[in-house]
Design a protein around this ligand. Structure first.
Ligand SMILES: [Zn+2]
Length: 61
């Protein structure tokens, strides 16, 4: 099976991304609970909630 031979430089990745809008960094979202800026599909770093559930608090439901 083919393997990656060389690490791409940051400049190479960034140059590629410049011409492909879909490969640009994902836009940040705002938390519906606390309104803090958060990454999509990740728990909120401020209140620890994801899709209405408290993940950080340890309360499994
Ligand atoms: Zn939040």
């Amino acid at each position: 099976m083919a393997t990656v031979k060389r690490k791409h430089s940051r400049a190479r990745g960034r140059t590629r991304r410049a011409g492909h809008p879909k490969l640009s960094p994902v836009a940040a979202r705002t938390c519906p609970k606390c309104g803090e800026t958060m990454m999509p599909h990740r728990i909120c770093s401020s209140c620890g909630q994801y899709r209405g559930k408290d993940i950080k608090g340890g309360a499994e439901a």
